[in-house]
Design a protein around this ligand. Sequence first.
Ligand code: PMP
Length: 284
Amino acid sequence: RIVYVNGDYLPESEAKVSVFDRGFLMADAVYEVTSVLGGKLVDFDGHTTRLRRSLSELDMPSPATDEDLLAIHRELVARNGIEDGMVYLQVTRGAPSERDFAYPDASVPPTLVLFTQAKPGLADSPLARTGMAVISIPDQRWARRDIKTVQLLYPSMGKMMAKAQGADDAWMIEDGVVTEGTSNNAYIVKGDTIVTRDLGPHILAGITRAAVLRFAAESQMKVEERPFTLDEALAADEAFITSATTFVMPVVRIDGRDLGAGRPGPVAIRLREIYIEESRRAAI
Ligand code: PMP
């Protein structure tokens, strides 16, 4: 596999990042994941816009222009022959010569790393047919989840807790309401209304979320952006998640209890179809 590090395209075995890199030492880094469908990038502009915001919230210097980032994404997709899969991008605050909590001065350049992962049949996941099971866990992450940092230890623990219970993912609960999944936004459907958490520091503003809510509105579906409780979720007709790599994925079980008939619901199925179709069409 060919990866990108600070201006160079290299075999992954030759790519190097300093042990003093603040991404490695302090999780002082932000990232983006962009899906590839049919060799093209899905929602690329949304991901670069969110990257800019993450960088600016952390006063982190920008490693490249949007045009350069697009060119690097395309070059990696081409060099690795990716049809369906994803491009991972990470920016860190770079590698000062000494470990120090204070940010280094502007002479230390940020580190920019990108790599691809092939996922053949990404849009045709078997999980979309059966739907996924989630468990609920307390949300013990930091309070700025709107910034897409690489502090992913608690979400990793959450996935392991889910796995230990034979589930696929965890929905995180804070002050009695669902924030989001470990790596996705969470939705319930009651009657003809889709409910998902309103944006703010408590969740990541999903790029897929924005697209799906737009498609829902265009299809005359009713959407409420507001907090919802675990009890509300357990009493919902259906549920689903969204993220760049799972698109729209039905949720059929929460904490071992089936929602409705325990099968993917019509709203999730419809939104998944629309999202994949529109994403293929608009990919660049
Ligand atoms: N919330 C969290 C915590 C995430 O990690 C992700 C995926 N990175 C999302 C939501 C979904 O965001 P997107 O649709 O941009 O992939």
